[in-house]
Design a protein around this ligand. Structure first.
Ligand SMILES: [Zn+2]
Length: 76
C-alpha cells in the first residue's frame, strides 16, 4: 500500500462526507423555505359573511377584509 493510495482514499472519503453534508444542507434549506411559505400565507374563511381570504400572518386569527370579523384560520 503506497502513501498516494492512502491519501487518495482519505480524500475520496472526505469528498463523500462533504457531498452528503452539502445535500443535507440544501435539503434543510428547501424544507425550511417551504415551511416559511406555509407559515406566512394562511387561508381564512369568514364565519360571518363567508368571504374567503388569505393573510400573511403567523397569528391564529385574521380580520375579514369585508366585515372585519376576526376568524380563526382554516385547518386542513
Ligand atoms: Zn366577513
Amino acid at each position: 500500500m503506497s502513501l498516494e493510495a492512502d491519501t487518495f482514499a482519505a480524500l475520496l472519503v472526505a469528498a463523500g462526507i462533504a457531498l452528503i453534508f452539502a445535500l443535507w444542507f440544501l435539503g434543510e434549506r428547501r424544507s425550511a423555505r417551504f415551511f416559511d411559505r406555509r407559515a406566512l400565507r394562511r387561508t381564512f374563511r369568514c364565519a360571518k359573511c363567508g368571504t374567503l381570504y388569505s393573510a400573511t400572518t403567523t397569528a391564529p386569527v385574521a380580520n375579514c377584509p369585508n366585515c372585519a370579523f376576526a376568524n380563526p384560520r382554516l385547518s386542513f
